[in-house]
Design a protein around this ligand. Sequence first.
Ligand SMILES: NC(=O)c1ccc[n+]([C@@H]2O[C@H](COP(=O)([O-])OP(=O)(O)OC[C@H]3O[C@@H](n4cnc5c(N)ncnc54)[C@H](OP(=O)(O)O)[C@@H]3O)[C@@H](O)[C@H]2O)c1
Length: 256
Amino acid sequence: MLELGLAGKIAIVTGGSEGLGRACAERLAGEGARVAVCARRKEVLERAAAEIRGATGAPILARAADVTRAEEVEAFVAATVAEFGGVDILINNAGTSAAATFTDVDDAAWQADLDLKLMAAIRFCRLVIPHMRRRGGGRIVNVTTVGGKAPAARALPTSVTRAAGINLTKSLANEYAADGIRVNTVCLGLVKSAQWERRAKGDPEAYYREVARRVPLGRVGEAHEFADLVAFLVSERAAYITGTAINFDGGMSSVV
Ligand SMILES: NC(=O)c1ccc[n+]([C@@H]2O[C@H](COP(=O)([O-])OP(=O)(O)OC[C@H]3O[C@@H](n4cnc5c(N)ncnc54)[C@H](OP(=O)(O)O)[C@@H]3O)[C@@H](O)[C@H]2O)c1
């Protein structure tokens, strides 16, 4: 048994109502962390929070917030601090796939993806880092994709915005290491989640079998496996790990 040392820690998980964020929130709560989750759809969020509370007994703060809106991000972080007294862990997870050909991505789509995947992470980091410094350290995980390191064709704007997220990770890791704040990114391949289930229109397993052909390990990842990696990265067991970009992709990426 690996003791993660997460009991009593205060964690923010953005996009914590479904998919990978929800799995993460449940894993951290199961380790005894106090977890604050946000997402846009209030009902889905509140249902998830109630289920996580029921499964773990941990206190969960659920607040509807769109991470692309600066004022909603501010209000959510302020509510977390008011409820739990600070922030130790931030998981910048909210997002969705956006993969198109270059000519199909107009200015509005570029801006929307930058707002969702880059500016949201920047704003959350800016707001929580002072709390982490006051508390003597912190841990941040930015969720990105393997395409941010090695872009495929027709994977825009995500490949570009995720490359920025990987760079942000290393930049912040360098700047805040002296404050005991560790910053890492998990670069995703294909992992089971609500977004694929919605797109698969009723038969997600058939969809997963189809796309698994592209994965060397021969299957799509599970959300709980992603949550295990995130829990490790924000734990005391990963105290010497910062500034890394870890592929979580069953071997799919062409780069390490
Ligand atoms: N699963 C994969 O294979 C995969 C691959 C590459 C990257 N990723 C990345 O991993 C992260 C999680 O994805 P997922 O697959 O778990 O997706 P998901 O199942 O669709 O869950 C996304 C979560 O984020 C929330 N969200 C989306 N936009 C938001 C916004 N503007 N403000 C606040 N919350 C928002 C959603 O709730 P609401 O809709 O109610 O807001 C939901 O809770 C995303 O950043 C995604 O791009 C996933």
